[in-house]
Design a protein around this ligand. Structure first.
Ligand SMILES: [Zn+2]
Length: 252
């Protein structure tokens, strides 16, 4: 029951996240004006703006001009809805579920915005960092200290990687958005989780981009997607990996 309510709430959050994904890179307000069809300019009524359902009922087209509406919108809504349902089911109602749901929602927002616009908006990075620190402070001074340490680790690690990359490749290797994003991730995952996130992100990124580059595609790398995947993986299985690695080091 809790999972169903959380899932429905997640769909609404996902709907708002779509607005953020489209408007934040263009520096537009996410509050006003009401969403319009980009082709005919017709304002979208609330009954045509019900997450996932409206898109299905309209067969993915604008009601007035039949312009196709991107499948990205219902997919983001579905992903956020599922995320909120799953964490509510997994952790039960409480701070742990809320923290996981908010962190996951911002990672989805970052990944999709970076893929669409090659931008990671400050609202997700600095805003997420502030949120992570506040949530950690709610669990006491030692949690806040761990979050601050994680944020500092994430920021400085990516900054150093950026400086080295610029020196080695003579071009911007690491965007400012990636650096700020890892400060946010560090606040949620701590410094060990931050190192694991960067490692996993680079690993997943290489697995995708090395074949593409060899095949002759030369494209800008939205690294935020892979950092977001790495952070999600670290959140889910990071403690198990770090424990295994610690045991592995202990044996050798
Ligand atoms: Zn239209």
């Amino acid at each position: 029951m809790i999972a169903v309510i959380a899932g429905l709430f997640g769909l609404l959050i996902g709907s708002f996240l779509n607005v953020c994904i489209v408007r934040l890179p263009a520096d537009q307000s996410v509050v006003t004006p009401r969403s319009r069809c980009p082709r005919c300019g017709q304002p979208i009524q609330w009954w045509d703006n019900i997450p996932v359902l409206s898109w299905l009922l309209l067969s993915g087209r604008c009601r007035s001009c039949r312009e196709p509406i991107s499948t990205l919108y219902p997919l983001v809504e579905l992903a956020v809805g599922l995320l909120w349902a799953v964490v509510a089911f997994r952790y039960g109602p409480g701070m742990e579920a809320l923290t996981a749901a908010l962190f996951g929602t911002m990672l989805i927002g970052i990944a999709v915005t970076d893929a669409r616009s090659y931008i990671i908006p400050n609202e997700f990075t600095w805003g997420g960092l502030a949120l992570g620190l506040v949530l950690a402070a709610g669990s006491g001074a030692s949690a806040l200290l761990a979050a601050l340490l994680g944020a500092a680790a994430g920021f400085s690690l990516l900054w150093v990687v950026g400086v080295i990359g610029k020196w080695a490749f003579r071009e911007e290797a690491m965007g400012g958005g990636d650096i700020k994003m890892m400060a946010m991730v560090g606040a949620f995952l701590g410094w060990q989780g931050t190192l694991l996130t960067v490692f996993l992100g680079a690993l997943i990124g290489s697995l995708v981009f090395v074949p593409l580059t060899l095949a002759g595609h030369k494209k800008l790398v939205p690294f935020g997607i892979f950092l977001a995947l790495g952070a999600a993986a670290t959140y889910l299985v990071g403690p198990a990996i770090l424990t295994w690695y610690g045991g592995y080091l202990g044996r050798t």
